[in-house]
Design a binder for this molecule. Structure first.
Ligand SMILES: [Zn+2]
Length: 162
């Protein structure tokens, strides 16, 4: 499936690297931008990603990146709508790594944190009438437990500290 990889070694608690898995050889390929990643993800079911979609790359080439715990990996569901033009989508990891909070910034600078907020924003702003609440997805990606840094204190999850 399609995945995002926030690197958590330094400050950013948001994804700074994007990768997709080839449907044929299962190698991971990095994607240079969030926009390109979202484009692939938005139609992942109808149009699965293949190594050959990257310029000058084939399934015979070594993977760009390996799935391991040197980074924290989070996995998106396939077919999440592309962020509408002018909006910005951010996903921020909570300090205890229990969840990523998803929000959009609108072109007018508002922050939307739920479908309900998206719906009322669209109602109140007829200039975006081409959009519907289904153009926004607030689904949190799945955080891969085995890639969480060891020193993270997770509330309510005993036994993870050594
Ligand atoms: Zn491949």
């Amino acid at each position: 499936m399609v995945k995002e990889t926030p690197k958590t070694a330094k400050a950013p608690r948001t994804a700074d690297m994007w990768a997709v898995q080839c449907d044929k050889c299962f190698k991971w390929r990095t994607v240079p931008s969030q926009e390109e990643y979202e484009e692939i993800r938005s139609k992942f079911k109808q149009d699965p990603f293949l190594c050959s979609k990257k310029p000058n790359v084939s399934c015979d080439d070594p993977a760009d990146i390996e799935y391991d715990s040197t980074r924290t990996w989070v996995m998106d569901k396939p077919n999440i709508p592309k962020t509408p033009t002018g909006f910005k989508k951010r996903m921020v990891m909570r300090k205890d790594f229990t969840k990523m909070d998803v929000y959009y910034t609108t072109p007018t600078g508002r922050i939307l944190r739920s479908s309900t907020q998206a719906a009322s924003f669209l109602d109140a702003n007829p200039q975006f009438k081409g959009l519907s609440p289904s153009d926004f997805s607030f689904a949190s990606p799945k955080i891969m437990e085995d890639t969480i840094p060891q020193n993270v204190v997770r509330k309510g999850l005993p036994g993870i500290l050594d």
